[in-house]
Design a protein around this ligand. Sequence first.
Ligand code: MSP
Length: 514
Amino acid sequence: MTDKNFYITTPIYYVNDRPHIGHAYTSVACDVLARYHRLLGHKVKFLTGTDEHGQKVEKSANAAGVSPQEFTDTVSRHFLEMSEQMDISYDDFIRTTEERHVAAAQAIWKKMEEAGYIYLGSYAGWYAVRDEAYYAESELLNGKAPTGAEVEWVEEPSYFFKLSAFEGKLLEYYDKHPDFIAPTSRRNEVISFVKGGLKDLSVSRTTFSWGIPVPGNPDHIMYVWLDALTNYLSAVGYPDTKCTEFKDFWPASLHMVGKDILRFHAVYWPAFLMAADLPLPDRIFAHGWWTIEGEKMSKSLGNVVAPADMINEYGLDATRWFLLREVPFGNDGNFSKDALITRVNSELANNVGNLAQRTLTIINKHCGASLPECRSLNTEEIAMVYNDKLLSHYHDAMNRCAFHEAMQCIIQMGNEANIYIDEKAPWKLRKENPEEMKAVLYCLAENIRIISILLQPFIPVSSSKILDSLAVPEDSRSYNHTTQHHALKSGTILPPPSPVFPRLGGLKPQEGAA
Ligand code: MSP
């Protein structure tokens, strides 16, 4: 794997449920980073998929009165559809019922067993099917898991993974790789959990059958988390560590996860990889959770928000923008209709949308629908359009997954351009100083080009509409093109402008808008 390759993964979604906005959130965040790296010219693999085994899925299938395979085929399709609806640019969609995955999961098991990290014993303790997790008696609160999930007593023969052997190795690894777990507060939580002591982990079950059989002992089914985590390897061709895909993309650059599943990714997964003598991913980022109008999202409260409903109501790009802009990435957020409408109107409709609409309308009407021939941009204009400080802040923020900050940089550019258009008032210059009007419009068009390039990872559809309306060729939209060297050519004919961001709830347009 070179610095120019980027392998990013979403968690694989449980197929016991319909996709909701929490799932869409993880996927959109990964999509933004995948698009970002493609625009940097990197070779990207973006993996998503579904987690189809385990007791939870088996129970849901039974409740639905269909076989687990039929059940997973249907629900997996819903997640595929969610990806299409949210314009998720995944390169690969893995299902844990696929042959390539079963082979990889059994191979890593054998590797860990040969290395002496798996042994047969028996388990007696608590298990929460909802979390697919084991809990110690001391962790229970009022007879339930700390997550609130119901627990059941399990007593059965079980294989164990020698997790206890990795306590020191993990702590040393976290110490040497301070960026391995982000954000820092979550990293600290993981470190104190590991310092609290690691017990060997039960990694097989015998009381149900929907899963991957343990190699050499098919009475046992692999623990669903060991099965699931391996998907990140199955998708790059493991156990064939000599294949191009594996060489190009392992170790993964980033596993994006919600805070609820960080422990599995930052403790168990690195220990499994160490046991199998495989390199560890570069980074694990744990994002926060959404509540809905102040309440936890749950089926019983009836407040589960489906991505398709949000798109129908507000539009795809408005939804994507709100999800990543509203809350600093890593924090919890609250979804409210009012907040979405305010955010989208003030930042997309009134800021960027209005700027593009005003500029392009005047060019269309008063410059013969072509980019005007005019004087060169002056020093202030150059500093405003190719704003080095904001550009480097944007890239720095993207590399930290601080999406809201990168988006703020774009909004800041839009604010400055809006101040410029109001001060220069090209609609007045038309009579007073037509030559100056042309220069102002050219400068604004160029500014909008830069802004739209930066917007692409977040709102791919609208940004490409704006770039189309500036007649920017498809192959001239990468970050390399955010310099004056690639400036728009005067004389280029522009298509008639069309509004890009409809105002939600109807605020007044500004002067000069169509
Ligand atoms: N199947 C496991 C992951 C295995 S990865 C090897 C799983 N699946 S899940 O469907 O329950 O959750 C998938 C992702 O959705 C998680 O990252 C989780 O944090 C995220 N979200 C689920 N509900 C959420 C919110 N209400 N808000 C934000 N994200 C949430 O866990």
